[in-house]
Design a binder for this molecule. Structure first.
Ligand code: HEC
Ligand code: HEC
Length: 474
């Protein structure tokens, strides 16, 4: 049998052409469905492929102190962090919706309800925010240094320097050094920002002191005043939060010494502790249990790491290269710019080469976390896989009727913008990849082997209540 072409090493149009040819090789053992290669030979081939690509199961992070995790859980679920005290992180990243909200794009501040029940019936398109709420699985692990669909928050793993939308946090000598000292992961840095977004949590001017603040630094200190009070905890705040912050940070002597970095670090600890998900069938397989995956999932893995070239971008232990790529995704929702436009990474870098590029998503539990892509355009896993196999054809033939009715009129069908999306597509995906239906089924089966059984029941992640006393289930 000819050795599988390491498509990861190839680039550009040449790669796409070769890839297409490679996939069409009739008689190739992996194309022989049914009755394709099985058993030990398949395992041997797959292991070679995985080893060649340096693929290994991620390692578990060190445990965080329980008091830090408890504080983070309270903050994650507490609407007190939002200007109008009406929305929490969990509204859009709910355990019962697999740490997302189950919607194509989220419904922001001012919307009604939590997660997937959020506004299903109410015509509330006015509160749609530009992007899909991504899942929070595995974002606290080593290597997860780039956050958001456009990577606007990142942390240099060597120097610890941050790049964020807030200049006071950035670089090696940040102005807000007291806050940055606490932001020991990109995930912690990310948690600083939902509270600064008017549409997500901050609310409009004239509706709260947070909405009226003039800088991010002011928002963060007003939030700490809400949580632990001022004048060393003697004016305002909640006794419940004072004791939680104290327990989580025993070395901080004075309540006035707490800053929002302490809150963000705790939120990240909660996210990492609860939503580290590295015990999927695929992880067990990587650790040597050859029985952990079905034959179909193994054949799917052969395609993923071989002829279908998925691991070119979904690379490494977390199945993301943490880089940005354009895959001609259909655009749903209000977009970031006028007329439903979202240029992705280019909005951060102002570089036209970054047009329509989005950070490669991590893939564990992906079968649970639809709808998929940065604007939630696909509601089936097969749909999003097939999109990759023919990005441009799939964009042009996109069927909005798969979306819930509220979102259908928000699909961008403008020919000029779609042509620009198609023109930007990554060279490795510009030429369709020919797979048989059986191969597509195998790929989807492999994606199902990325589901961690422990993550199927996330009710244990819900707190009984939060220190502010605000309702957490509405
Ligand atoms: C209104 C819904 C909403 C709320 C509330 C919200 N988020 Fe998000 N979250 C989103 C959306 C949408 C994105 C993607 C935005 C983007 O990439 O531009 C996101 C992105 C993220 C990411 C990055 C995921 C990744 O893969 O890079 C994390 C982590 C996260 N949110 C955590 C939080 C935390 C913590 C809070 C509370 C402090 C919060 N979110 C509040 C909707 C929300
Ligand atoms: C050129 C890089 C690249 C290649 C190759 C690639 N992907 Fe992707 N993939 C991405 C990017 C970027 C996104 C997100 C795009 C967006 O949101 O607009 C994505 C999204 C996905 C998603 C949805 C994840 C989510 O949370 O929304 C799945 C599933 C997926 N890819 C599977 C695959 C499979 C299977 C293959 C191989 C057939 C593949 N990818 C090949 C870059 C790539």
């Amino acid at each position: 049998m000819p050795r599988l072409i390491r498509t990861t090493l190839l680039a550009g149009a040449v790669a796409a052409a070769l890839l297409t040819t490679a996939c069409r090789r009739e008689g190739d053992v992996y194309l022989g469905y049914p009755g394709g290669q099985q058993g030990p030979t398949l395992d041997a081939e797959l292991n070679t492929l995985l080893q060649d690509q340096g693929m290994s199961a991620p390692t578990a992070p060190p445990a965080d102190p329980a008091a830090l995790v408890t504080l983070g859980q309270a903050l994650f679920f507490d609407p007190v962090l939002s200007g109008n005290q009406n929305i929490s992180c969990a509204t859009c990243h709910h355990p019962l919706a697999d740490t997302g909200d189950g919607l194509p794009v989220s419904i922001g501040e001012g919307g009604v309800g939590t997660a997937t029940v959020r506004d299903r019936g109410v015509a509330d398109a006015g509160h749609l925010i530009p992007r899909n709420a991504p899942p929070v699985f595995n974002l606290g692990l080593e290597g997860a240094d780039v956050m958001f669909w456009d990577g606007r928050v990142s942390r240099d793993p060597v120097t610890g320097a941050l790049t964020t939308p807030e200049p006071a946090l950035n670089g090696l000598t940040p102005a807000a050094a007291d806050i940055v000292a606490l932001l020991d992961s990109a995930l912690a840095a990310q948690a600083m920002f939902p509270v600064t977004s008017r549409e997500e949590m901050r609310g409009q001017a004239g509706t709260s002191e947070i909405g009226d603040a003039t800088t991010n630094l002011e928002i963060w200190s007003l939030l700490m005043a809400r949580l632990v009070g001022t004048s060393n905890g003697t004016v305002g705040g909640f006794a419940g939060y004072r004791s939680m912050f104290q327990a989580a940070y025993p070395s901080v002597a004075d309540f006035d010494d707490f800053n929002f970095g302490h809150a963000a670090k705790a939120i990240a600890a909660f996210e990492r502790e609860l939503w580290t998900s590295i015990d999927t069938p695929f992880d067990r397989y990587l650790r040597g249990d050859t029985e952990a995956m079905s034959g179909a999932a193994k054949r799917g893995a052969m395609l993923f790491y071989g002829d279908a070239s998925c691991s070119q971008c979904h690379a490494g232990p977390l199945m993301s290269d943490f880089a940005h790529h354009a895959i001609a995704s259909p655009q749903v929702g209000p977009g970031k710019l006028e007329a439903s436009e979202d240029r992705g990474r280019a909005l951060v870098t102002s570089d036209a080469l970054d047009d329509y590029r989005f950070r490669t998503p991590l893939l564990r539990n992906v079968a649970l976390t639809g709808p998929w892509l940065h604007s939630g355009a696909y509601v089936t896993l097969e749909g999003v896989v097939r999109h990759h196999l023919d990005c441009i054809g799939s964009l042009n033939g996109y069927d909005p009727s798969q979306l819930p009715p509220l979102f259908q009129p928000t699909v961008d069908s403008d020919g000029t913008r779609n042509a620009a999306r198609a023109a930007a597509v990554d060279p490795s995906l510009a030429t369709p990849i020919a797979l048989t239906d059986a191969q597509v089924r195998d790929l989807v089966e492999f994606l199902h082997a990325l589901t961690d059984p422990k993550m199927l029941i996330l009710t244990r992640d819900l707190p009984d209540g939060v220190p502010s006393g605000l309702p957490i289930r509405d």
